[in-house]
Design a protein around this ligand. Structure first.
Ligand SMILES: [Zn+2]
Ligand SMILES: [Zn+2]
Ligand SMILES: [Zn+2]
Ligand SMILES: [Zn+2]
Ligand SMILES: [Zn+2]
Length: 244
């Protein structure tokens, strides 16, 4: 239940990650905490932050919709189709960029955070678009996508790149990298199949993706290496040893 999502076990103690309070693990105390003004206020603050609502000159503004004077209609505004559409557009944009940009998700900051540039900016469509278009972000992203996509430089030179997934060579230009990881249908399909196959199976393909000489995946469940291709992985996952 969403109601309890903020409570986690921390060394046998129950902790509210929203308030950072330790709660004695007794049902009455839990209910008391969840109903406290402090906890409810933090839930409201988080709802405002994750929806781009800011208080400015004693007035509530929505950064996503660029609307003012929302003091009395915050709830209906957040639920409105217009606001939800703006939020959705931002999420689509961030996902298409590779999800390196983190939208405000807790009480610590109401800014958007680009994890790869370590840059903070306002929770607005135009600011996010500007950041994504910037050369510094594009260069950083071109480097960040490589280990996630099985892409390596050839013989440590800057000349060509090699994609282990496809496998194919292409030129080491930002445009070519983005073209390959964002638009190349074969690449997206093959990588997608591989990621979906190992998902939830406790099989680690990180080393395969970042080490050019590694051709195996690590099954942590069986503590064994498996040749990292769809056929072998599928056979391993369906095998007796792994299903035990
Ligand atoms: Zn709390
Ligand atoms: Zn809005
Ligand atoms: Zn960035
Ligand atoms: Zn590829
Ligand atoms: Zn296994």
């Amino acid at each position: 239940m969403a109601y309890y999502d903020d409570l986690t076990k921390d060394n046998d103690k129950l902790k509210c990650t929203l308030c950072m309070d330790i709660i004695p693990g007794n049902k009455t105390y839990i209910e008391e905490h969840l109903n406290s003004d402090n906890h409810k206020d933090r839930i409201l603050q988080r709802l405002l932050i994750t929806n781009g609502m800011v208080i400015y000159h004693n007035d509530m503004h929505c950064l996503l919709c660029n609307e003012k004077n929302l003091q009395l209609s915050v709830g209906p505004h957040i639920l409105s189709s217009c606001h939800q559409k703006h939020l959705e557009q931002i999420k689509v944009l961030v996902e298409a960029d590779g999800s390196f940009i983190e939208l405000p998700n807790d009480l610590n900051s109401n800014k958007v955070h680009c994890l790869i540039c370590d840059d903070y900016f306002a929770f607005k469509m135009c600011d996010i678009e500007d950041h994504i278009k910037r050369n510094t972000h594009r260069r950083t992203r071109a480097i960040a996508v490589q280990p996630l996509n099985g892409i390596f430089s050839v013989n440590c030179s800057d000349g060509d790149l090699w994609c282990k997934i496809c496998p194919t060579y292409f030129e080491n230009y930002i445009e070519c990298i983005f073209e390959h990881v964002d638009n190349n249908k074969k690449h997206k399909m093959e990588l997608g199949k591989l990621l979906r196959l190992v998902e939830g199976q406790n099989i680690n393909i990180e080393k395969y993706l970042i080490d050019p000489s590694e051709d195996k995946a690590m099954c942590e469940k069986c503590d064994t290496k498996v040749p990292c291709n769809l056929d072998n992985l599928e056979r391993h996952i369906k095998g007796e040893r792994h299903r035990k």
